[in-house]
Design a protein around this ligand. Structure first.
Ligand SMILES: [Zn+2]
Length: 402
């Protein structure tokens, strides 16, 4: 259950850890999860440019001091991901927790508080990344440090903290390309914001750019040109009527399509010779992105040229999986109800990790509020951070401890 105690200022989390001969020794962790959340908010990891290195070095040091083996992996200058590992006897496949260190920009609206100090007000902690997802990171790190104090582990535990999730999972992609750094986990927990509701998957994003071309002419003589915006408008109207012609997935629902941007033309008095728009498609199991791409290209015809912007898979874990049901058991008292199988509206680094690691069961579960992600005056409820710390530790302990 949630640990009680002061919700402001730094405190020390103390654990009684059983050592041989039933002797108990007191091991200390220099942070509680709220204090660590506030510390992590103070690192400016707004992406772009990201620059996660100092946050990564800080967390790496904290984990090392707690007895966790840490390696750093840069995919670009200052773009550092961490893989932290606790060894077990190997009787069981490893358990993997993952989260990202970068945040989205502040936006143009002014904030009521400094977004980088982790201001606490009542039961909320404010700041950029509070919900998405520095609270989740903090809870995962504290749970990992507690797990490090348990000596009889039958499975390895891996904590993967990525750079550059917000602009297309580049840190995760880099790690997945490296040989043998991620191991072969038997299950994955992604700490993205879910208000501590365990979700069993999400749709896969397929982002496309559509381009139309024409012939420029003076705006007073449109018959001498070919208008690229008219072509784009016809295509956008066709897309509004596009049907996917497939049954909804029992958990993830139906695929969706949205035209998110459109641009074209140089000035009012010219016939535009180029226009483009961007399409955000979210797919469900049973769809192949290459097949959908070809279908859309033929649906829109030769007037339109499609290109890939992002192509990541969906994640759909069987809710009846034994480990998923065990996580539901753990969550039931925290939620005051048994969780139902549900999916996340957004996508996560699991789109990279889950298929790259052999499709182990994957749960998205984190203390942040999904409705707060990317917003001005972002906050996270403090009791949820405390609950998530307990929950993560319990999940890790049941998997890894003898
Ligand atoms: Zn996130």
């Amino acid at each position: 259950m949630p640990c009680a105690g002061s919700r402001t200022g730094q405190k020390t989390e103390t654990n009684r850890v059983k050592k041989g001969n039933n002797r108990f020794v007191i091991m200390t962790i220099p942070y509680d999860s709220l204090s660590l959340t506030r510390k992590l908010i103070s690192f400016k990891t707004i992406n772009p440019p990201g620059q996660e290195r100092s946050c990564a070095e800080y967390l790496g040091e904290l984990l090392r001091e707690g007895g966790v083996t840490v390696s750093f992996h840069d995919f670009d200058e200052g773009r550092t991901s961490i893989i932290a590992r606790l060894e077990g006897t190997g009787e069981k496949a490893p358990l993997c927790f993952t989260g990202h260190m970068d945040t989205v920009p502040l936006g143009t609206a002014p904030w009521d508080t400094d977004p980088f100090i982790g201001e606490v007000d009542g039961d909320r902690v404010y700041g950029r990344g509070a919900s998405d997802m520095k609270a989740g990171l903090a809870a995962m790190v504290i749970a990992s440090l507690r797990l490090a104090k348990i000596s009889d582990r039958i499975a390895d535990f891996t904590l993967v903290l990525t750079a550059c999730e917000e602009t297309g999972s580049k840190g995760a992609e880099h790690l997945a390309r490296l040989d043998n750094v991620l191991g072969k986990p038997g299950a994955i927990v992604v700490g993205e914001p879910t208000s501590n509701y365990p979700l069993v998957g999400h749709k896969g994003p397929l982002w496309l750019r559509a381009t139309t071309t024409g012939v420029s002419a003076h705006g007073s003589m449109p018959l001498q040109g070919v208008n690229a915006i008219y072509k784009a408008a016809r295509a956008v109207t066709k897309l509004e009527e596009y049907g996917f012609d497939m049954d909804p997935h029992p958990v993830l629902g139906s695929p969706t399509l949205n035209v998110g941007t459109i641009a074209g033309g140089v000035n009012i008095n010219s016939v535009p010779d180029r226009a483009s728009f961007e399409i955000d498609i979210r797919t469900i199991p049973g769809m192949t992105h290459s097949g959908l791409f070809r279908h859309l290209q033929s649906y829109l015809g030769e007037e339109v040229e499609l290109d890939y912007l992002l192509d990541l898979g969906n994640v759909a874990t069987d809710p009846q999986n034994g480990w998923v049901q065990e996580v539901f058991d753990i969550m039931e008292p925290f939620l005051n109800e048994r969780p139902e199988p549900r999916g996340a509206a957004y996508f996560t680094d699991a789109s990279i990790f889950t298929p790259a690691l052999g499709n182990p069961p994957t749960i998205i579960l984190g203390p942040g509020e999904p409705t707060m992600a990317h917003k001005t005056n972002e906050f996270c409820y403090i009791p949820r951070i405390e609950d998530a710390t307990e929950v993560y530790f319990e999940i890790a302990k049941r998997w890894c401890a003898a």
